[in-house]
Structure formats: structure tokens, C-alpha cells
Write a protein that binds this ligand. Structure first.
Ligand SMILES: C[S@@+](CC[C@H](N)C(=O)[O-])C[C@H]1O[C@@H](n2cnc3c(N)ncnc32)[C@H](O)[C@@H]1O
Length: 325
């Protein structure tokens, strides 16, 4: 059978492989996509067990196919980060390496029917799992109040013209719903004054990002991933997270810092009395970014940021000294 088409180049591949603990036995890929990272991980650790999830059924089908030859593949499930605790109970494994390569795949972006791209005409959908998720981007724009639309554009898009865009959406829908990507992209382009539009940056970029994050409840998902990962890493295990914009990177950076320095005592106390102990260390102060050669080959890697956290070898969940949060 021929391989299903799945357009996606894994980013920061060498750096991800370089961040795995030696002799890793149990690997978890939380964002299988086209299995680019997973295949390379199994190439490096042929005897390891690979567990993988993705919430997108198309990605899952491609991964199943692409990983079929690898004996180490132990479980591939359609699931979102919020469902990881359910699967972990079945798998009963702490992991040596957990990877999450956040956001969208190039395949999702390049498929007009998925509605993620402002460059291609398609339905304003944006659900990563069109079978189990109910609310589409059109429904959000149709049903939320002007205030709610404005707030989501400000919060998840950091869009300066959120009030004007929200007003224009509500005025538009009084006549007809916004149902296609181009209708929304053109509306945003009309609303943002030309002198504030940046070269080589589509004016609807932040609006689309905000809607995608709301449709897929991405902030909640990322928090669930972080909660899960720290409890399911083997002592000495590592968590690697690739993010693509500041709203993805910020919670990762904050949580890594809390795990590394959890003490909540006032700074003027001579010594710690809260008893909260570090859960491990963040391996870099600054995130790892793609080099010029990779950016040349894969422009999408330009905004990728990789952060790695290594779990303490001595203190793990369930012990007296468990991090309390
Ligand atoms: C950037 S792609 C991953 C590409 C993959 N690393 C590769 O090498 O092919 C991100 C993938 O994560 C999935 N995804 C995003 N958010 C998710 C979530 N909350 N739960 C599960 N999968 C998610 C998307 O469906 C997409 O397939």
C-alpha cells in the first residue's frame, strides 16, 4: 500500500534527538503528526517502546502507516493532551522521554477544507479533531458576543485592532454568517488600517491564531500536558517541548521555572520553610532555535523554540517530598 500523503518536515530534529536521555526505553510522542520525530526516535533507540497520541485522525492514520515497520511501536491512540491521564493508566509506564511539538502540522495548514489557512479558501472550521470536537470557528464567530470575540482576539491573538475586528464581525453577521476563511481574512484586511499592516505578514495572522486556539482550547490543553508530563517522567527523564509563538512558549517557560525553583518562602526569610523541592532542571536558559540551514530548507522552523526539562533523579511523584501544586 502506498504511503498516505502527509506534508510535514519535523523541526529541530537533530536537537530533539540530542536531548534524549541515554538508553531511553519508554518514549512518548504527544504530537505524532506525520511521525517524523517518532521515526527518528525509533531509529536512535530501536529497542525502545514508543507510545504516541495525536488528536487529529488524519495525522493518526499517517503515523500508523509510517510507523508500521517499527517493532517498538507499542501504542498509538487518538487523544488530546487532556486525555493523557486516561491512557497513562492503561500504559502504566513512566517515560524516559516525552515530546510535544505544539501547534499545527504543515498538512493541516495546507488542507483548505480544514479551515486553518487565511491563504486558501475553505470552511472556517479549524477543529483538529473534526469528529469529536463540536464547535467550529464559524460557530464561535456566530454565537459569541462582541465583547467575547474582542477578548479572545486580544488574549489569544494579542491583536491591537481586536475591538474594531470584533465590531466588524458582529456587523457582518447581522446580514450573513462568516463561513469561509477568505471572508474572514478579507474582513480583517479591510478593518486594519493599511499603514498598520506589516510587510510579509498577513493582517489576519493573529485573528486566525486566536480562533484556532479557542476552537481547540489550546491553553487548557498545554496546561494539561505540563501537569501530566511532570508526573509521568522517569527520574532522570526529559520533557522536550517545541512551541511556535509566545502564547505557547510562555506557560512552558513559567512551569519549567516553577518546577526548578518551587520555593514560595518570602525572600527575606533566612531559610526555606515551605519545604517545596526542585523537581529537576531546565536544561537551557534560552530556548534552542533553528539554524540558518534548517530555516532555509524549512521556513516553518524559523519560529520554533525548543525547551527541555530534566526530571530530578531523587524526588518523584508519590514520595513525601512531592511538589505540591
Ligand atoms: C507540529 S505537528 C507535529 C509534527 C510531528 N512532530 C512530526 O514530526 O510529524 C503538531 C501535531 O500535534 C497535534 N496536536 C496539537 N494539539 C494537540 C493536542 N492538544 N492533543 C493532541 N494532539 C495535538 C496536531 O494535530 C498535529 O498533528
Amino acid at each position: 500500500m502506498s504511503e498516505p500523503r502527509f506534508r510535514h518536515l519535523p523541526v529541530l530534529l537533530a536537537e530533539v534527538l540530542g536531548s534524549t536521555p541515554a538508553n531511553s526505553k519508554n518514549l512518548l510522542d504527544c504530537t505524532l503528526g506525520g511521525a517524523g520525530h517518532s521515526r527518528a526516535l525509533l531509529g536512535k533507540f530501536p529497542k525502545a517502546n514508543l507510545y504516541g497520541i495525536d488528536r487529529d485522525p488524519t495525522a493518526l492514520a499517517a503515523s500508523r502507516h509510517r510507523l508500521a515497520e517499527y517493532p517498538g511501536v507499542t501504542a498509538i491512540e487518538q487523544a488530546s493532551f487532556l486525555e493523557l491521564p486516561y491512557w497513562a493508566e492503561k500504559w502504566r509506564k513512566p517515560f524516559d522521554f516525552i515530546l510535544a511539538d505544539l501547534g499545527m502540522s504543515s498538512e493541516q495548514l495546507a488542507t483548505p477544507e480544514r479551515g486553518f489557512s487565511f491563504l486558501q479558501e475553505g470552511p472556517l472550521d479549524m477543529r483538529m479533531d473534526p469528529f469529536r470536537q463540536v464547535e467550529t470557528a464559524t460557530q464561535i464567530l456566530q454565537q459569541r458576543s462582541e465583547f467575547e470575540i474582542r477578548r479572545l482576539l486580544q488574549t489569544y491573538g494579542e491583536e491591537r485592532f481586536a475591538p474594531q475586528i470584533a465590531r466588524a464581525i458582529v456587523q457582518h453577521r447581522a446580514n450573513a454568517p462568516l463561513v469561509t476563511t477568505s471572508e474572514l481574512a478579507e474582513l480583517v484586511e479591510r478593518v486594519i488600517p493599511r499603514k498598520f499592516q506589516k510587510p510579509n505578514f498577513h493582517p489576519a495572522t493573529q485573528t486566525f491564531q486566536a480562533l484556532r486556539m479557542e476552537v481547540n482550547r489550546e491553553p487548557e490543553e498545554i496546561n494539561a500536558l505540563l501537569d501530566f508530563a511532570i508526573k509521568n517522567l522517569q527520574p532522570g527523564g526529559r520533557l522536550a517541548i517545541i512551541s511556535f509563538h509566545s502564547l505557547e512558549d510562555r506557560p512552558v517557560k513559567q512551569r519549567f521555572r516553577e518546577w526548578e525553583r518551587p520555593c514560595r518562602c518570602p525572600s527575606d526569610l533566612p531559610r526555606c520553610v515551605c519545604g517545596l523541592q526542585a523537581l529537576g532542571v531546565s536544561l537551557q536558559r534560552k530556548p534552542i532555535v533553528a539554524g540558518a540551514e534548517e530555516i532555509e530548507k524549512n521556513p516553518r522552523s524559523r519560529s520554533a523554540r525548543l525547551r527541555i526539562f530534566e526530571r530530578n533523579a531523587t524526588c518523584f511523584p508519590g514520595s513525601d517530598k512531592e511538589y505540591r501544586n
